[in-house]
Ligand binder design. Structure first.
Ligand SMILES: Nc1ncnc2c1ncn2[C@@H]1O[C@H](COP(=O)(O)OP(=O)(O)O)[C@@H](O)[C@H]1O
Ligand SMILES: CC(=O)N[C@@H](CCC(=O)OP(=O)(O)O)C(=O)O
Length: 301
């Protein structure tokens, strides 16, 4: 067990300062998206697991949705399977889908579950296939093919899924029974085909379906940056649209910002992009005013 020596007076003072936040969030659902880029350091994974157990112990209902993009990339490389990203999403062949399922549903999911359990929590790992809780179908996107004429073309991303429906029955049942659900972003259709879905999008949709108090997207950057490279404290819909249009928001930040905006629109009280490289980032965000990162779409409320 990890222990740190602090002045006893300081410890009780800090605990006491957290009381209003604990009261505010007691019984509320917090969906935490744990990005693959914020999982690289062993100590960070343990501090994340401890944070989830602490949240649960003081009466919140954390629901973890995890990514694993870099880890999938490493495994694909080892197996010499090529993969590329379009609009922040991995083009996923059948061969790559098998690897995605193994890495996300197996290796990463079980490792997070194990860390939470060893920190004293009760975690249950699953994918969207469990209880068919994430129903998806094939996603086809449009992208500009000729900027002069404004023409666009359809792009086939292979086994990348678009969420059709989310069932929250299993998540609610587990949360009520004191478990911490840990979900890998894999969807399934009625024929049993598996789909790879960006983890931010899954987290956003689950947060909306659960009417969560907060959606926290833990990533490997201090927050959303503007065109000058400054971290934004908050970002409105209009600001995000402008940053997408001028290319300031690109790659993995595209699904992150759009799913956060959508979640807030769908009734999630707040969505925030947080630096997952900071130890105890989730606790800082929830129990103090010092939480860094970018609040998304708050102006809509
Ligand atoms: N405007 C922006 N502000 C901050 N990060 C951005 C921006 N545009 C693109 N990015 C990139 O998005 C990345 C985060 O997305 P991603 O790599 O998918 O993270 P995760 O694995 O945590 O989901 C950042 O590391 C950064 O390189
Ligand atoms: C369709 C798609 O891109 N799926 C992602 C799923 C994992 C993910 O989103 O992981 P991070 O959150 O760590 O980026 C992928 O294959 O990388």
């Amino acid at each position: 067990m990890q222990t740190t020596m602090h002045e006893p007076g300081l410890v009780v003072e800090i605990l006491s300062e957290a009381l209003p936040y604990i009261q505010k969030y007691a019984g509320k659902t917090i969906v935490v998206k744990y990005g693959g880029n914020a999982m690289t350091d062993e100590r960070l994974i343990d501090s994340f697991a401890r944070d989830m157990v602490l949240l649960k112990t003081v009466g919140l209902n954390p629901v973890v949705v995890h990514g694993g993009g870099p880890q999938i990339g490493q495994m694909l490389e080892k197996l010499q399977i090529r993969s590329e990203f379009i609009n922040g999403m991995r083009v996923t062949t059948k061969e790559a889908m098998d690897v995605v399922e193994m890495v996300l549903g197996g290796q990463i999911n079980k490792s997070i579950v194990d860390r939470i359990n060893r920190a004293g929590g009760q975690a249950i790992g699953m994918t969207g296939k469990d209880n068919a809780q994430i129903i998806a179908h094939k996603l086809v996107i449009e992208r500009p093919s000729d900027t002069a004429t404004g023409e666009s073309e359809q792009v086939d991303l292979g086994h990348v899924g678009e969420i059709v429906d989310i069932s929250t029955d299993l998540i609610n049942m587990l949360s009520k029974a004191n478990f911490i659900p840990v979900i890998a972003p894999i969807g399934v259709d009625e024929k049993g085909n598996a789909y790879n879905i960006n983890a931010d999008i899954v987290a956003g949709r689950i947060a909306s379906a659960l009417k969560a108090e907060r959606l926290m997207l833990l990533t490997n950057i201090a927050g959303l940056m503007d065109a000058e490279g400054n971290v934004m404290r908050d970002a409105s819909t209009a600001q995000i649209q402008a940053l997408i249009a001028d290319g300031t928001i690109h790659g993995g930040m595209l699904p992150k910002t759009s799913c956060a905006l959508e979640a807030v629109k769908q009734g999630v009280t707040s969505a925030v992009i947080v630096d997952g490289r900071v130890p105890h980032a989730t606790l800082l965000e929830i129990f103090t005013d010092a939480g860094a990162g970018t609040m998304i779409g708050a102006a809509q409320h």
